[in-house]
Design a protein around this ligand. Structure first.
Ligand code: DC
Length: 229
């Protein structure tokens, strides 16, 4: 069975950066499950669909024509949706809040389940999301629930958006992050919550390098106890 490291938590807790860094250093695969929900929202907007149209949203999720390509120049991953490169749309707050709305629909989640599990191939997988440890990979070898205060999460998101040249407003970001975490936590289908066996890591005031090192240390412990069995 492929080794899976599940990293869940609310937006802005650092999951994306931490997961990418760990996958790179381990030379493992990376599943950015949030991108799949973002893509469903983007595809729906392109078709001028209402985000309450459950039947059509589930249909989109089932047939999502997505490709993650590694750019020839280096490691940069490009995201293609139905023949169009859509990276400029993927990380916006609009795409995030649309994703949170479509992600509350059980039929959409069900349609994306196997697609996510298919990412678990050797040598290992770092899976980043909201329900990696609870629903998608309940047998993950290590489950981490990354969190941080809402102030810190808003600051991190702000910095990240600015670095990407996108516009950002700190107050609006904080409100959006709070609303999104509430919607993600209160939904009936696969709500955002730590798995009972997850390691809850509050990263408020801890730098990204240290967070990566802490997780790596714990993962190495899990891997070596697995080898000695
Ligand atoms: O991680 P992210 O910001 O790209 O996720 C966008 C939204 O997608 C998030 O607000 C909730 C949803 N999501 C989810 O419900 N389950 C996941 N495994 C990943 C994301």
């Amino acid at each position: 069975m492929t080794v899976v490291l599940a990293i869940d938590g609310p937006g802005g807790a650092g999951k994306g950066t931490v997961s990418k860094r760990l996958a790179e250093s381990l030379d493992w695969h990376l599943l950015d499950s949030g991108a799949l929900y973002r893509l469903v929202g983007i595809a729906a907007r392109k078709r001028n669909l209402d985000l309450s149209n459950v039947t059509q949203l589930a249909e989109i999720a089932r047939n999502l024509g997505v490709q993650f390509r590694v750019a020839e120049a280096g490691e940069l991953v490009q995201t293609w949706l139905e023949g169009e490169q859509i990276d400029h749309l993927l990380r916006t707050e609009k795409a995030g809040s649309d994703a949170s709305v479509v992600a509350a629909i059980p039929e959409v989640r069900a349609a994306l389940l196997q697609r996510q599990r298919d990412f678990a191939v050797p040598p290992g997988l770092v899976a980043d999301g909201r329900d990696m440890g609870t629903v998608v990979f309940p047998d993950a070898h290590l489950k981490v629930f990354l969190t941080a205060s809402v102030e810190e999460r808003a600051h991190r998101r702000y910095k990240q958006l600015k670095e990407q040249g996108l516009s950002a407003n700190l107050r609006a970001l904080r409100e959006e992050l709070e609303a999104r975490a509430r919607r993600d936590s209160e939904r009936a289908a696969a709500p955002l919550k730590p798995a009972p066996d997850a390691w809850v890591l509050d990263t408020t005031g801890i730098g990204i390098d240290e967070v990566v090192a802490m997780i790596r240390e714990r993962l190495d412990g899990v891997l070596s106890s697995r080898e000695s069995k």
